[in-house]
Design a protein. Structure first.
Length: 57
């Protein structure tokens, strides 16, 4: 597998404390900020990585 590390991530400490009664995750502001940062990083990488995949296809 040709993979590229993404340094941004979402840290979810004490997962059970963030679960609602029906089992869905209720994120904190910090989790949402981490998700936003991770998705922004993935968006930045998607274009260049797409071009590299097409060049080798």
């Amino acid at each position: 597998m040709k993979m590229v590390p993404v340094l941004e991530g979402v840290i979810i400490p004490f997962v059970p404390q963030h679960l609602t009664e029906d089992g869905t995750l209720r994120p904190s502001a910090e989790m949402e900020a981490g998700a936003d940062a991770m998705l922004a990083e993935l968006a930045k990488l998607s274009g260049p990585l797409r071009a590299m995949r097409q060049a080798h296809a």
